[in-house]
Design a protein around this ligand. Structure first.
Ligand SMILES: [Zn+2]
Length: 147
């Protein structure tokens, strides 16, 4: 599950012919890479996407993956370049929206008894503190959800 603002193109390409791996990427449609690879589920978001639409789209799509694919575990790329403050991201998700994204994903994993590996990604906000806080929130949420 790649929720970095850039498509998980490398992962999609590596596993494009591997039916045991389900690749899901939600990203900025107009962001790098211009030529997208094909994930099992790609959701390209328009520029300026804000919290409500971002989180609704995520919530609506996760149950279908669990039902159709029944994963054994999840690798979650929690890129914080979806933030409105990001120089490259083109989306407009607030820091609290980014945190809610992590809550949705990690609660989904917990509810479905899915072990999860989190990898950080992205972060091109001019203020380093914005990036650090958003990354720290991922781990704060993990602590709240799992412990
Ligand atoms: Zn990125």
């Amino acid at each position: 599950m790649d929720l970095d603002v850039h498509q998980g193109n490398g992962t999609a390409k590596i596993f494009e012919n591997e039916p045991r791996v389900f690749t899901f990427s939600m990203h900025g449609e107009r962001n790098y890479p211009i030529r997208k690879e094909k994930s099992d589920l790609d959701i390209g978001l328009p520029d300026g996407t804000e919290d409500a639409f971002y989180l609704k789209t995520l919530r609506e799509n996760l149950p279908g993956i669990a039902d159709a694919f029944q994963p054994d575990f999840v690798f979650y790329q929690s890129g914080v370049d979806i933030l409105e403050s990001d120089k490259l991201g083109r989306l407009s998700v607030s820091r609290s929206g980014c945190r809610e994204r992590d809550e949705i994903v990690l609660s989904f994993c917990k509810d479905n008894r899915l072990p999860v590996v989190v990898s950080m990604g992205g972060g091109y906000s001019p203020r380093i503190a914005d990036i650090v806080e958003a990354h720290a929130n991922t781990f704060r949420v993990a602590q709240e959800v799992f412990f």
